[in-house]
Design a protein around this ligand. Structure first.
Ligand SMILES: C[S@@+](CC[C@H](N)C(=O)[O-])C[C@H]1O[C@@H](n2cnc3c(N)ncnc32)[C@H](O)[C@@H]1O
Length: 153
């Protein structure tokens, strides 16, 4: 299954849950929202209702290309980049950082470092929101995922 197929299947079952999670957040303070590991942008409609503008960062070029029509319709600025490099480019700050099913050990072997980096990229009063399907047992950081248990209910 390609990343794009995976994300389309994921979106079909999870888009409502993502929207519900985002809708629990307060409005995002200026200057805007950062979506980390945006995939196909499943969270964007809900994020757009929290404020804007939205900047989305995604490392997979195919997903970036596939997300462009949705990005254009919602005014989302999408970048093909690693979020760590993106944040290291300057001193950008955000009112809300959304990390939807991306703060996983396979992507970020040092979870504390990326959480710290994201927190540094918030304006005062800003918020880091982390959504996770909890696919990995506690304490398994660095291990190979072997469970086929459902990632969410
Ligand atoms: C499991 S998907 C979740 C996608 C989306 N947030 C959603 O909920 O539908 C994680 C995404 O994060 C991207 N990603 C992984 N590491 C990244 C990094 N360092 N910077 C930006 N994107 C990253 C992956 O390519 C993948 O598309």
């Amino acid at each position: 299954m390609s990343p794009r197929d995976w994300h389309e299947a994921w979106g079909a079952v999870a888009e409502d849950a993502l929207a519900r999670a985002v809708s629990t957040l307060p409005p995002a303070p200026a200057p805007g929202i950062l979506d980390v590991g945006a995939g196909l942008g499943m969270a964007w409609p809900a994020l757009a209702a929290r404020g804007g503008p939205i900047t989305a960062i995604e490392t997979d070029a195919d997903l970036v290309a596939a997300s462009r029509p949705r990005a254009a319709s919602l005014g989302v600025e999408v970048h093909h980049a690693d979020v760590r490099s993106w944040l290291d480019r300057g001193d950008a700050r955000y009112g809300l950082i959304w990390a939807g099913d991306v703060l996983w050990c396979n992507y970020f072997p040092d979870p504390q470092a990326i959480v710290h980096r994201l927190m540094q990229s918030l304006v005062p009063g800003g918020r880091l929101a982390v959504f996770t399907g909890n696919c990995m047992p506690a304490g398994s950081c660095g291990a190979t995922p072997t469970s086929s248990a459902p990632c969410f209910e």
